[in-house]
Design a protein. Sequence first.
Length: 318
Amino acid sequence: MKTAIIIPTYNRSLSVERLLSNLSQCDFPPKVEITVVENGSRGDTEAVCNSNTVGNRVRYLHSQIPGRSVALNFAIEQSEADFFIFFDDDITVPPSMVKTYVDAAQRYGQGHFFGGPLVAETEASCPSYLLRYLPASAKGRSLYDQETEIEASRFDFFFGGNWGAFRRDLIKVGLCDENLGAAPGKYSPAGDEVELQQRLVAAGMRPIYLPGAVIHHFVDKECYTPEWVSHVHLRYGLTDFIIARKTGKRGREILGVPLRVTGEIVKQKIKLSIARLLRLSIERRMELKIREAYLSGWLYGAWTWSRSRGRDRQETMR
């Protein structure tokens, strides 16, 4: 079974160098390659790949179009592998990691996909009032102590930087939605792999949790600030708008802007102003700020979509 480890990256050659050095300590079954796919502008990543070949397994690709989902799809399409393992560039893995995935894929076969736990390696402690709002990638997550097939109704996600799936199954559901996923710029949606995994489940693929497939994820100290956490939830709102637009579940709108969201965000801004004026607890203020950020993301998505639709109309009329 031909296997490819796919590592998307954007201007983070030092992270890639660290991960490739880590992967060089792994046990590799036969027919495993490593594909590092850089998206957008070229940096030093190609030189890093050429000098850290991990036993001549490393292949460098460059996707001119920026965006994580675009890069992932490009790497899949350029590969002849039967099975893919997806890693982020800011992780480390145990020596048994690759073998754990490949062994599970061979035992279960197509129609299954796989994921494992994450341990957060942090630079600083997180203030208690932010903990409930952190994404799982910033606080860690472990589901079961033993290998487990997760019922479809109980499955939510495997980390985008630590999961694996078969080529045939990915192609069957249409690969990553290129409207989702991290991209250069201040505002970009999240949730590309989660949305893809949900489509796999809907198509009858079975998620398998592998406790031995553990990654250690580096979490910068800025990830424990109100600004960073609020921005994460803004991206969640943008993501949910894109998915709602895709499924036709946006609700009533005027000029593409959802009425419910517009009203809610005005209410949240008023509540937040009152909370600051009355010097309510930081926990309450953070709760309001997170909700406002999420709604702002949804509103931003609606606004940009409405503008792009207007430009399309103008082009059609010319």
